[in-house]
Design a protein around this ligand. Structure first.
Ligand code: PRP
Ligand code: ZN
Length: 286
């Protein structure tokens, strides 16, 4: 039987859609049946399990899955024997303390002798110890945000992304304990065949991620201005310059990083450029 790499992703929640999109952008097509417990890829030796994100580190440590996509926060909380292979750049959020909107919060001493509801007791205990605050941690398995409203706790510690969950439940964010994003984890004893598949997958993931941060730009310039324009464009090696049909003019092509993008465009505009075309890049193989 053909060797397959077993990947665990979140069944539903913040990381689910982005995890599936990443596989799609890597050119991996999953068989229908996303609602099932597992599925497999048609065109890549990959089997995908849909699980609760909190359980994924355990499954990977036990080799039920070879690799998994989870938030960093879950790895620190669960403290399992797994290795982080790659940061994935999505699912960015923070683990924060929140209290009722009208509470007179003035610092973490507010939490002294109070009840804090959370699904992250390990990280909360560590934080309280660092802050030298003595409070009661109340571990619950979900819907943490309703705990203050029903009198179960005075404060909560939970993940915050857009902040809308807190807002809708009348809570305000008062401290950030850690920042988190999605990462790819692997088990420690991967077989050789599985390791080779993982290398292929990581190669695709890195190409997709590089492309997501990069844009292809094209513009036309009079030859007299080429040197100035080329000095503004980094490009992968150096920009491509092609002659236009109209004498004295050239087309300049280059690749720019998202972080520098607007700054470069502004400088090009100052240099008198107008017809600038910007195109997304699908994959980038370096
Ligand atoms: C987290 C958290 C909140 C929500 C916050 O849930 O528990 O419910 O995201 O996001 P917001 O600030 O954008 O409203 P998660 O997706 O991790 O699911 P889980 O709690 O079921 O694991
Ligand atoms: Zn979760």
């Amino acid at each position: 039987m053909e060797t397959r790499l077993k990947l665990a992703i979140q069944k539903s929640g913040r990381l689910h859609d982005d995890s599936l999109n990443l596989l799609k952008d890597c050119g991996i097509d999953l068989k229908n049946g996303i609602n099932k417990l597992k599925t497999e890829a048609d065109n890549f030796p990959l089997e995908v399990f849909f699980l609760r994100d909190d359980d994924i580190p355990q499954y990977v440590e036990d080799s039920v899955a070879d690799i998994g996509i989870v938030g960093e926060n879950v790895i620190y909380e669960k403290n399992k024997k797994v290795t982080v292979s790659e940061k994935l750049g999505f699912g960015k959020c923070r683990l924060s303390v929140a209290v009722g909107r009208n509470e007179p919060y003035s610092g973490c001493q507010f939490l002294a002798n109070k009840k804090i509801a959370t699904t992250y007791p390990v990280l909360v205990a560590k934080y309280l110890k660092e802050q030298k605050v003595d409070a009661e941690i109340h571990e619950i398995s979900g819907s943490v945000e309703i705990a203050p409203g029903i009198g179960l706790a005075d404060a909560i510690v939970d993940l915050v992304s857009s902040g809308s969950t807190l807002f809708m439940n009348g809570l305000k964010e008062v401290e950030t304990i850690m920042h988190s994003e999605a990462v790819l984890i692997r088990q420690s004893k991967l077989g050789l065949a599985q390791q080779q598949i993982l290398e292929k997958l990581l190669f695709r993931i890195r190409s997709v991620r590089k492309a997501r941060h990069t844009k292809y730009i094209l513009l036309n310039a009079p030859n007299g201005k080429l040197q100035e324009i080329i000095s503004l464009l980094p490009g992968m090696k150096s920009p491509t310059v092609l002659p236009l049909a109209e004498p004295g003019w050239s087309s300049v092509h280059s690749v720019v990083n998202e972080n520098d993008f607007w700054e470069i465009i502004e400088k090009l505009k100052e240099a008198g450029e107008q017809g600038i075309l910007v195109v997304p890049i699908e994959k980038m193989i370096l």
